[in-house]
Every structure is written in C-alpha cells, then in structure tokens.
Design a protein. Structure first.
Length: 494
C-alpha cells in the first residue's frame, strides 16, 4: 500500500496516459507522451491505483475493452471520462489551450477570452466531478492534475459525501499583473481554494498564487514554513506547497545503460565525428523558445567562426496541437529558420541543424541524450521541464553540459551546475554555447555528477511521498530550491 491513510490513489487528468487509434478494424493502445505521463505513469505502475481522464476519442466509441487490456499490462486501472466532441472543443481547445495555457505562461496577449469557452470549461469540470463521485469512495485519495481541471473540487464539495482532494499544477502560476486579466479570475481562485492541498512546481509559483489571492481577498492570512503555506482567505482554508516534479531516475538510467541504447549512441557518434552535438527536445509550443534558440545557433556561427563545422544542433520537435493555426504558423517559422541556417552555413560533410518533426520511441530519445555533448533547453517560461532532468540522468558518462533557461522551473534546483541563460538574450546564449564547447572534461564531469546526484535524491518517488505527506498532515522533507532572486543575483550582479 502506498500510504496508510487512504485506500486507493485516484489520479485525475485531462487525458488518459494513452493514445487510442482505430486501425485495421480494431483499437490499438499505446503509451502517451508528454511531461505529465512521464512523471505519473511510473508512480501508478509502482503503487497501483486508478487514472481517470478523457480517452481522446469521440463519445460514440466504446473504448472500455482495449483500455481494460492495457490496464492489466500497466498495473493500474484506466477509467475513461467520456466527453462530447462539442464540449471538448470549448473546454480543451478553447479555454484550456487558448486561455489558461497562454495566461499562466505569461502570454496574456495570446488569450482568447470567449464566454462560451468558459461555460464549456465549467461544464466539463462538473462532468469530471460527477464521474469522480461515482468511481471513488470517501476512503480514496483523489489527486487532480493541471490547469484543465481547476474547478473540479468546487462541484465535488457541493454534495454531502466528502472526498479528500489534492491538486497539482504542472505549469507556472503568474503574478497578479498577468493573472488578474482573466475575466473569471475570482471563480478560478475560489475553486482552487476548494482543494485540501494545492501543489506548485516552484516557490515563485506559490508566492504568485498567494499574491493573487491577496489582491482579491483583503482578509488573506498566510503562514509559511519551509515549502508549505497555510492560507486562510475569507472563510476558506487551504494548504499550498512547493513540490518540484521529477522523473524515475532508475528507469531512465537503466535504459541509458542498456545495450540497445549504447549501440545506437555509438552509431550517432560515428555520424558526427569531430563535432559536438547540441540537443533540443520540445513539444511544438510557443512557450519553448525554439525560434530564439535557432537564432542563437545562427548568431553563434556568425560571432564565433571557430565553431563552424564543429557544432550541430539536433532539434527534435514533437507534434502538438497541430489543428490550432497559431501552432501551424510556429511550425512554419521554425522550418523556415532551419532552412535558412542550413542554406547559409552547410558545407560538404557538415550540416549545422538536424531537424526531426515526430515523436520518437523512448530508446531513440535516450540515445540522443547520451550522444549529445550539450543540451540547449531554453523555454521562455516552463513549469519544470523534464527534458533537462532526463538529459542529465541519461548522461552517465558525465561528459555533457546542460544549458538551461532561467525561466524553466528546473533552474531553481539545477542552477549551480547548469549554465543558466536568459533565452531572450541571444548573445548570452551564443556565449553559453561557446563556453560549453570549450569546457574542460573535468569541469563537465564534476558539474554533471552533481546534477545527477540532485535528480537522483529528489526523484519522482520523493515527489509523490512529499505531496502525500503534506496531504496527510505531516511535514515533508524539504527540497533545496532557490528563488529567482537567489540564483540570479549569484550570476548576474548589477
Ligand atoms: C508539462 C509542463 C512540466 C519529448 N519528446 C519525446 C518524448 N518527450 C517527452 C520527454 C518528457 C516530456 O515529453 C516533455 O516534458 P516537459 O516537462 O519537458 O514538458 P511538457 O510536456 O510541456 O510538460 C512542464 C511537466 O508538465 C511535468 O510536470 O515539467 O513544465 O509544461 O518526458 O521525454 N517522449 C518520447 N518521444 C519523444 O519524441 N517517447
């Protein structure tokens, strides 16, 4: 049993962690990709429980049988929440992707504040709440994930039967100057207060949430101790906490050390003799800073001709939200930049940018991590960024350098051993690339060793334990983290 205080752990997220496809007259089910799946799937596989979410298919399809079969192979139960296609349009493509995603990442000018989206969001959140009430008992622990489902607890608490219910936000939470632009800010904040525990990735996110509450509720009282905050707001009380998410260290380390991966890695090395490979891995998204990264590669080759023929960017771009025009435009911009840079610099035997637009099998991805001398992870704002942690864990040869955006949540844990950059500062990124290129192997090794040790200590199982300890009234062990002011002042003094 995972914890003695409850019966089953019931994880609830927008999507189930699978991709269902109707092929050759039957359903095929394969594991989904993305940060939430990477983090949570090993937790449920190890501990058992239930995962509830939308299966990603239309309301007519009967997907119970294939999901049941997949459940058996994973060691936990998958429970589909069936939604109507029209509701998905407003709740998921509309409110989640066109309002909350940009707003919470600070891109408020990208928001489309449509009333209909908000109505569908509430409708679907209520639908999830009803399903949770049907599937769970008062002895279960219900753990709701991410921005798609911020209003679920409000509906659950309307009934007579109680559920112990926690929430974890995987993406950033902005300060009031951004969040308060949301027309439904009061309702969303009020709904979040209905959870028993709210988890954030960083202390910055948690403090932003508190500042937003203070703006809307003059009677907000906060008591903080280590990574937890006890908040009273009007007649509501909630515990909030900082729980930096991570990955299953052993799972990635074992795969990286496998024969399958090492033979692929050797082949990749042979293809790039005398070159340092710089890796970028991202979902197609405007928050990930990909055009800025490509511009930095171009500028690095212009400013530092000694790098010509010696570095190559390997950019993996995973298709995402392709039906949204803004994402199509971003893809076109990225492909134009890749074409321009390659047209400008390619020479016989050397191509500066290798570009893959697809999702790779995990073993291929891991062999890329292992074969790359640097990872260039430059999101404009990111909740955590698991790719940064995966890169380090897989780098058991300790010869890689992590160049990381200051605006990735991961920076608050990894700041002293990564090279931190402001992704908007193209010159600074080019200098970081050059510094990493010439970094002495012994410095690479000592930095990477410490990075891997940090991630090993605070892995995904530590994350789960800390959240559940906070949910059930004991103080979790604290994760050493620094806020912006601490880590920026150490590298960027005025
Ligand atoms: C959200 C937050 C937060 C990527 N390409 C492939 C592939 N991936 C996997 C990676 C990694 C995951 O996708 C991406 O995770 P990130 O954390 O980088 O980003 P988001 O998906 O945006 O996740 C983020 C996270 O939630 C967890 O809380 O860190 O800030 O935005 O695990 O390995 N997997 C495979 N093939 C690929 O080509 N198999």
């Amino acid at each position: 049993m995972i914890h003695t205080s409850f019966d089953r752990l019931v994880v609830v997220s927008n999507r189930l962690p699978v991709v269902l496809k109707w092929e050759h007259e039957r359903w095929t089910v394969r594991a989904g990709a993305g940060g939430l799946v990477t983090a949570l799937a090993p937790v449920l596989s190890r501990n058992g429980g239930v995962w509830m979410g939308w299966p990603g298919t239309s309301e007519q399809a009967d997907v119970h049988a294939p999901l049941e079969e997949f459940s058996q192979s994973q060691g936990y139960l998958l429970h589909p929440v069936i939604l109507q296609t029209e509701d998905v349009r407003g709740y998921y493509y509309g409110f989640s992707n066109e309002v909350l995603w940009p707003l919470l990442h600070g891109f408020h000018t990208h928001c489309n504040f449509k009333l209909d989206y908000w109505e569908k969001y509430q409708k679907v959140n209520n639908r999830f709440a009803q399903e949770i009430l049907q599937v769970t008992t008062e002895d279960d622990y219900v753990w709701v994930h991410d921005y798609h489902l911020m209003c679920v607890a409000r509906e659950i608490n309307k009934g007579l039967s109680r559920r112990k219910c926690g929430f974890f936000l995987h993406i950033p939470f902005p300060g009031p100057e951004i969040f308060l632009k949301l027309p439904w800010r009061r309702s969303i904040l009020g709904s979040l207060l209905e959870f028993d525990l709210i988890g954030f990735q960083t202390s910055q996110d948690m403090m932003n949430f508190v500042r937003c509450l203070e703006c809307l509720c003059s009677n907000t009282r906060v008591h903080t101790e280590q990574n937890l905050a006890w908040i009273a707001c009007g007649d509501k009380e909630v515990t909030a906490g900082t729980f930096p998410i991570s990955i299953d260290f052993d799972e990635f380390a074992e795969l990286a050390a496998s024969k399958e991966v090492s033979s692929r890695t050797d082949k990749l090395h042979m293809l790039h003799p005398d070159q340092q490979v710089i890796l970028g891995v991202d979902r197609l998204d405007y928050t990930k800073g990909i055009p800025q990264r490509l511009e930095a590669i171009r500028q690095a080759l212009i400013r530092f001709p000694d790098l010509k023929g010696k570095i190559a960017l390997l950019q993996v771009l995973v298709p995402s939200r392709e039906e949204v025009p803004e994402y199509q435009a971003l893809k076109e911009e990225i492909e134009r930049l890749v074409g321009e840079i390659n047209g400008q610099f390619t020479e016989p035997g050397w191509i500066p940018v290798h570009y893959l637009y697809r999702s790779l099998p995990r073993a291929d991805l891991v062999s890329f991590y292992l074969a790359s001398e640097m990872a260039l992870i430059t999101p404009l704002w990111d909740g955590m960024n698991l790719v940064a942690k995966e890169y380090c864990v897989c780098n058991y040869r300790e010869d890689g350098v992590l160049i990381l955006s200051e605006f990735a949540g991961a920076a608050s844990q990894l700041y002293s051993d990564a090279i931190l950059v402001n992704p908007y500062d193209v010159n600074a990124v080019t200098e970081a690339i050059r510094r990493a290129f010439y970094m002495h192997p012994s410095e690479r090794q000592s930095r990477m060793r410490r990075l891997r040790q940090t991630i090993k200590t605070y892995d995904i199982h530590f994350w789960l334990d800390s959240f559940l300890q906070a949910a059930f009234d004991s103080r979790p062990q604290e994760v050493p983290m620094a806020g912006f002011s601490t880590f920026l002042s150490s590298i960027d003094r005025l």
